[in-house]
Design a binder for this molecule. Sequence first.
Ligand code: SAH
Length: 353
Amino acid sequence: MTDIRGITEKLCDTGSLTRDEIICLLENHTPELQSLLAERASAVARDNYGNRVFVRGLIEFTNYCRNDCYYCGIRCSNRNAQRYRLSKDEITECASYGYDLGFRTIVLQGGEDAYFTDEMMTDIIRSIKKEHPDVAVTLSVGEKSYESYKAFYDAGADRYLLRHETADFDHYAKLHPSNLSAENRQQCLYNLKKIGFQTGAGFMVGSPYQTVENIADDLLFLKKLDPEMIGIGPFIPHQETPFADMKAGTLELTLFLLSMIRLMLPEVLLPATTALGTIDPRGRELGILAGANVVMPNLSPVGVRKKYELYDNKICTGEEAAECMICLKKRINNIGYEIVTDRGDNVKYKREH
Ligand code: SAH
């Protein structure tokens, strides 16, 4: 008999498990174990951040992408995607609108779009920081050289999100064409950390061909990298991709992993993602109750929202950001938490910098 209780206690007490122990928990993941872990994980989140939930305003500023990731709706081979780019003025206007709504973190996310040169990016970053010095700027624009990342950092960018997608090299090769490698992606993450960014990694839950061993390796990779932020959400198929007929990741496994991650990295900033809200109407609330402490509502102009479609049926593509905030605030209050106007820096990073 495996000692699930013993492993669970070890996870809660030390935050460290062996690969075999992680696999054992994943294989014996029951609703009872999930509620136990969620209770412990949300208590750990409250110890570190109180009942505060941080908001990040997401501006999806381009859906042009040179890459062809098999899972992603804006992959370059999707000829049916309607491509768009926001201008610098549209981006900074969105940021100011977000500022007025109380956002103190702005996330600029996009495909890997060469139109936005380093000069343009640094100009946009500087403009936002100049107008709103108390805003944290987060970038999520994929794999770049060390020099580009350094230029973004020097221009004032504070954080960078780059999910590692899967730590396993063979699994990575099943999700991406051969010009993309897990090795380069992981090197990018180490570069970002070295430069001084608060760095975010993460992966999709239930991505095609993912095994419990892969998930164990993802958790061990995250533990080793020790990022300030971790983004995980269920894989959701997109009709115009090679993975159109693959199964989506589940709510249950995503919640279980959010709790495990909170217990392994107690101080990490952990969003309840839009993808989680997409597979279940209460997904984001349940994510917070499982140990997440960040939500990332959309600040992109409503006219382009539907076009930034990474997966099918994405939520909140019709409402203005102000309406989304009212709805989200209510939802978060209803479960005993509070959305705050705060940069929401990682507490460990803050202590050390
Ligand atoms: N170009 C940037 C941003 C990518 S989009 C980059 O390379 O980092 C942000 C994340 O959305 C991806 O890292 C991926 O994990 C997730 N994503 C993409 N397609 C998805 C899908 N079909 N279902 C769920 N998540 C998806």
